[in-house]
Design a protein around this ligand. Structure first.
Ligand code: FPP
Ligand code: MG
Length: 298
């Protein structure tokens, strides 16, 4: 079924009649398609659900094209990023083409669905702005981190689940809450993997968040447990390209403070909360989505 989503995404881009857009779109690394899977599980495998899944994945792909320009990233999902291969201007314009075409396709879906998704994209952009601004100096504010990851990542997953429920005539509020918790847990696991996995497994540089100025949940937990001397050492490494000793020091302190386990536990709790809100709903495989998302290694 995901193949149908892939084909639909290509058809939507091709319908613009610009062969260069199609050529470039084919070079965009394909992702896990979490949002599409979620939509198809909740709304069932019908035309409207496939359309929504393709639109959301086009918008998500656009956001990553822009994110890679913002982060000056060389790789995405183990491949050369579009900005690295074709330059920032091309990556930005391809992102613009994908999300604006996604928006025009949204007008064929019910108005509430179109509103949910387009509003989430505004939140997503605000989340990215907050992420960039929080990264300018060492952030030790947990609330600011959660607000940022809700907007940057969870908002579109929440809107996808809610919109899929609307299409299927299900209770959209509880699916929205499921999606929000899934989205928050997803970003926390992403932030953990940045520290625990190799660059090869991730398909992008590992231990890169701290270099980018991002004090993600594991760093926040760790920081709170460090001695004042170690806090100073950590602050001296902020936004630096780390050498082997410094990378090992961070990993050792992560272990000593149990910050990785605490972060995974938090993500698992969110996963359980997500499942709790839909416990009276028909079982369509949403527990499996949570399990796979938490147990993944990239
Ligand atoms: C990846 O997060 C980034 C996002 C999930 C959101 C990016 C949003 C924008 C750039 C706003 C513009 C939106 C559109 C539709 C053009 P990350 O940097 O934590 O993950 P990464 O390590 O995989 O890059
Ligand atoms: Mg990024």
């Amino acid at each position: 079924m995901l193949e149908k989503v892939e084909n639909l995404m290509l058809d939507i881009v091709a319908s613009l009649g610009c062969s260069r857009s199609v050529e470039l779109f084919k070079k965009v690394p394909k992702g896990k398609r979490l949002r599409a899977k979620l939509i198809l599980k909740i709304a069932g495998e019908n035309d409207k659900a496939l359309q929504l899944a393709a639109i959301v994945e086009l918008i998500h792909a656009a956001s990553l094209l822009h994110d890679d320009v913002i982060d000056d990233a060389d790789t995405r999902r183990g491949q050369c990023s579009i900005n690295a291969e074709y330059g920032d201007k091309t990556a930005i314009m391809l992102g613009d083409i994908l999300y604006s075409k996604g928006f025009s396709e949204l007008t064929f879906l019910p108005q509430e669905v179109a509103y949910n998704i387009s509003h989430a994209v505004a939140l997503l952009s605000i989340g990215e702005l907050l992420d960039v601004e929080l990264s300018q100096s060492f952030n030790d504010n947990l609330e600011a981190y959660f607000d940022m990851i809700y907007k940057k990542t969870a908002s579109l997953i929440e809107a996808s689940a809610k919109s899929a429920a609307l299409l299927a005539g299900k209770n959209s509020d509880i699916y929205a809450l499921y999606g929000k918790n899934l989205g928050l847990a997803f970003q926390i696991i992403d932030d953990v993997l940045d520290i625990t996995q190799s660059s090869e497994t991730l398909g992008k540089p590992s231990l890169n968040d701290f270099k980018e100025g991002k004090t993600t949940l594991p760093y926040l937990y760790m920081y709170n447990k460090l001695s004042s001397n170690d806090k100073e050492i950590l602050l001296s490494l902020f936004q630096k390209t780390l050498n082997e000793n410094e990378r090992n020091w961070i990993k050792e302190k992560m272990n000593e403070s149990n910050a990785i386990n605490l972060s995974i536990e938090y993500a698992k709790r969110l996963g359980l909360e997500a499942l709790d809100v839909i416990k009276n709903e028909e079982d369509v495989g949403l527990a499996k989505i949570i399990k796979e998302m938490i147990e993944r290694n990239f």
